[in-house]
Design a binder for this molecule. Structure first.
Ligand code: NAP
Ligand code: GDD
Length: 338
């Protein structure tokens, strides 16, 4: 019998890659989706028909990180072996507009899930394992470069503060109740499925549309910030590996390379033979009240204990995203009959 996994945030970028990975490993995969007036399942619709080898299709359950009763009900019904908590209001700048909501979903949401799992494990004598989607944003105004598991957190946004709370609670449940609880401290990871208001996708989506004549301007914020960007498909493998170890722990997942937003922009536009200077303008609305200047991770612990390393390079990642978005822009053009 394959294992049963429950993924919150399954409709997001990482949720879709993780569900694909687990289904390819013969897991029975369940996902939590929140009710919306429009469908948000575009990234996972292909999985609802089952996998190529005839495995069980993905099963979805309505739930919300703000609703403890609902989360408990889902845990009782699904009886998962592994829970991957990927749900979040994950946009850093928007967390400054919605600090309380972000703290509730990203911070307290984790506590709700941990309590539901602790209670279930105790009452049914089970050992559900828990993965928390931690973030390099917790390092914030970091004291050292590169950042590793031992680097002190200095969160710089409501989002990062909430993730730091979630991280601590995950460690607390491991130590207090012996729960197998893992914190993945993941640095930025991107893909053609990345949300369109994160900077990498915003750049590649705009480059594609500019190339085919559907757009003539791209408004951005701080071009000097540096991030350690990897490929989301590589990072979900690390999540799974962390959950297969004998003991639970915390792991940094990163490429160890850092690049500025400006560099990303240059490489992306160059690929389409466009001069970005002609199209990009700075819009202060995209600046943040407090910025994280540089993130660069040291994933040697993961390399050593999990045998994990990234496969896709920075240049390959940019190329993959630009090519996918050029194709998307061409489809958009055709749908307009042009
Ligand atoms: P994403 O694309 O923004 O997906 C977030 C997911 O959370 C979506 O499925 C969203 O549902 C769901 N969600 C939001 N609010 C919810 C709520 N109140 N109740 C239930 N579900 C809710 O994020 P991602 O890039 O896949 O990232 C996955 C996780 O890793 C997040 O926790 C993020 O903070 C963390 N993380 C991401 C990165 C990165 O670089 N991508 C790095 C470090 C950590 P809808 O589709 O309905 O909006
Ligand atoms: N979103 C956005 N939009 N960012 C911009 C823009 C813009 O127009 N212009 C410049 N930036 C800069 C931001 O100020 C930031 O320094 C950098 O680009 C990256 O921004 P995002 O792509 O929004 O990602 P993030 O680093 O803030 O957060 C992402 O990575 C975290 C892990 O470090 C998100 O995925 C978080 O959920 C994740 O935890």
């Amino acid at each position: 019998m394959g294992k049963v996994a429950l993924i919150t945030g399954i409709t997001g970028q990482d949720g879709s890659y993780l569900a694909e990975l687990l289904m390819s490993k013969d897991y029975e995969v369940h996902g939590v989706v929140r009710r919306s007036s429009s469908f948000a399942t575009g990234r996972i619709d292909h999985l609802r028909r089952g996998n190529e080898s005839g495995g069980r299709p993905l099963e979805l359950h309505y739930g919300d990180m703000g609703d403890a009763t609902g989360l408990r009900g889902i845990i009782e019904e699904v009886r998962p072996d592994e829970v991957y908590n990927l749900a979040a209001q994950s946009h850093v700048r928007i967390s400054f507009d919605q600090p309380e909501y972000t703290a509730d979903v990203v911070g307290l949401g984790v506590l709700r899930l941990l309590e539901a799992i602790r209670d279930h494990n105790q009452r049914h004598n089970r050992a559900i394992r828990f993965y928390q989607a931690g973030s390099s944003e917790m390092f914030g105004k970091a004291e050292e470069v590169p950042q590793r598991e031992t680097t002190r957190f200095h969160p710089r946004s409501p989002y990062a503060c909430a993730k730091a709370y979630a991280h601590s609670q995950t460690v607390n449940y491991r130590e207090a109740y012996g729960l197998f609880a893992v914190n993945g401290i993941l640095f930025n990871h991107e893909s053609p499925r990345r949300g369109e208001n994160f900077v990498t996708r915003k750049i590649t989506r705009s480059a594609g549309r500019i190339k085919v004549g559907l757009q003539d301007k791209l408004l951005l914020g701080n071009l000097e910030a540096k991030r350690d960007w990897g490929f989301a498909g590589d990072y979900v493998e690390a999540m799974w590996l962390m959950m297969q170890q004998d003991e639970s722990g915390d792991y940094v997942i990163a490429t160890g390379e850092t690049h500025s937003v400006r560099e990303f922009l240059e490489i992306a536009f160059d690929r389409l033979k466009l001069d970005w200077n002609k199209y990009v303008a700075i819009d202060p609305r995209h600046l943040r009240p407090a910025e994280v200047d540089i993130l660069c991770g040291d994933a040697s612990k993961a390399r050593k204990l999990l045998g994990w390393k990234p496969r896709v390079s920075f240049e390959q990642l940019v190329a993959m995203m630009v090519d996918a978005d050029l194709e998307l822009a061409n489809r958009e053009l055709r749908s307009l009959g042009r």
